[in-house]
Write a protein that binds this ligand. Structure first.
Ligand code: HAM
Length: 427
């Protein structure tokens, strides 16, 4: 137990973290260009927020939340997703008085007590974006295009965008009646969960993963045929704008999503390779959530993208990640005076923004050079008694093998010059 992480959690080790950092850097760049500011929200919230926000009839609230009473007797839940917390923060911090739309993004861990399998964890990471205050489909397209651009910039393909509209509370209620009538006739084929769903929220039956339920709902009436005029126009506007900006999509009238807060637009980006855990990103409009959580009527739309699934997909597609770099200089030393010199030199290099390493393990010179090679040092220099006395040493380029005599007191300047030349080159 002591040496095993709890089921459904995982370490992201340094050998993998550089991939995450690459994706996170691109996310920051894209969100900056789209005008989305980062928000950081608490890991836990009052349980009621998720019951109200995510919805009482969802699997998340019914089966998957990490809920406990704290020492003060409050019911607390580890966030199973980010939207409800962002909505709570929008209300609590008076963001309604800011110029609208308010556009936010986040990178968070989230917690769901799920059946663990590849791509499905109990602690996982989401990148999400939410936009508050705009009601037309143009902001839906903006939200969708953030995810679309991210996939493009990361060099991954074969990700399909599926869209649907689940209407507003008015047309959905009418549709719910039509759907329920249809499902009543198929009741015998439905799983026990779906029989309960049929009474409480028949739309949720369309989302069930059980094969029999899937078959039973194959010929079910479609929400799209039951949209009111406003919701129908919104959906047509969305499709037209997606076409205009060149984002391919397919309409999938079965998408209802696993959370209760959605209205009108819902969408998913699905990998063509990964199968059941293929939904990399999901989102939609949630025009009633701010009000349901105690704020004023505020249209809103957003998505969240599973970082584990995204990186898994990148690995599957052999997408390239910039490899982490080793130190610029490894200062090998023989003897205690040389070790002191190395200590000072690496400090000065690091102070000037140049990565440097030295020996900390009492290794022989041979072992130090082997280690320098393993850490992928770009250059090495060996300092011993003679080098200190003569103020000279040999600087070796580890890639080309080229060696150069240099004076000890020129080493720092040399690397500083190389760094600023490199900066100018990239400026
Ligand atoms: P969601 O569909 O529940 O939506 O989750 C979004 C994404 O998080 C999924 O598509 C998936 O990639 C990832 N994900 C979900 N559960 C797990 C898990 N157990 N293990 C690994 N990855 C997982 C939401 O969370 C909404 N808050 C999205 C949203 C934002 N809608 C509007 N704004």
């Amino acid at each position: 137990m002591l040496t095993q992480a709890p089921k459904g959690t995982r370490d992201i080790l340094p050998q993998e973290v550089y991939k995450w950092q690459h994706v996170e850097n691109i996310i920051k760049e894209i969100c900056g260009n789209f005008g989305y500011s980062e928000i950081r929200i608490p890991v836990f919230e009052h349980t009621e927020l998720f019951q109200r926000g995510v919805g009482d009839t969802t699997d998340i609230v019914q089966k998957e939340m990490y809920t406990f009473d704290d020492k003060g007797g409050r019911s607390i839940t580890l966030r199973p997703e980010g939207t409800a917390g962002v909505v709570r923060s929008y209300i609590q911090n008076g963001m309604a008085s800011l110029p609208q739309p308010v556009k936010l993004f986040y990178n968070i861990t989230a917690y769901r007590y799920e059946n663990v399998q590849k791509g499905r964890y109990r602690e996982f990471n989401q990148f999400g974006a939410e936009a508050f205050g705009a009601e037309g489909p143009s902001i839906d397209v903006e939200i969708i295009s953030i995810a679309d651009l991210l996939f493009k910039k990361l060099g991954i393909s074969n990700i399909r965008l599926n869209i649907n509209s689940i209407g507003c509370p008015v047309c959905r209620e009418k549709y719910g009646i039509v759907l329920k009538e249809y499902l009543e006739q198929k009741k015998e084929q439905l799983c026990s969960d779906c029989r309960v769903r049929l009474e409480r929220n028949p739309l949720r039956v369309l989302d069930c993963k059980v094969k029999e339920c899937n078959l039973a709902t194959e010929g079910a009436p479609s929400m799209l045929d039951n949209l009111c005029e406003e919701c129908g126009d919104h959906f047509e506007g969305l499709k037209g704008m997606l076409e205009k900006v060149g984002i391919d999509y397919a309409v999938d009238s079965r998408i209802v999503r696993g959370l209760d807060y959605y209205t009108k637009t819902v969408f998913e980006f699905v990998s063509e390779n990964v199968g059941t855990q293929g939904t990399i990103c999901g989102g939609g409009r949630y025009d009633g959530l701010v009000e349901a959580c105690g704020g004023s009527v505020t249209p809103a739309v957003g998505f969240a993208l599973g970082m584990e699934r995204l990186i898994m997909e990148m690995d599957n597609q052999n997408a390239s990640f910039p490899l982490p770099k080793g130190p610029e200089l490894f200062v090998a030393s023989i003897g205690s005076d040389a070790d002191l010199f190395a200590q000072e030199l690496v400090y000065q290099l690091r102070e000037n923004g140049i990565s440097a390493e030295k020996n900390h393990m009492g290794r022989s010179l041979k072992a130090q050079m082997k280690y320098a090679d393993k850490c992928d040092a770009a250059f090495t220099v060996v300092i011993g008694e003679n080098e200190i006395l003569s103020n000279k040493a040999v600087l070796k380029n580890m890639e080309t093998g080229e060696e150069k005599d240099v004076s000890l007191d020129s080493i720092l300047e040399r690397f500083k010059r190389a760094k600023s030349a490199c900066k100018e080159g990239t400026a």
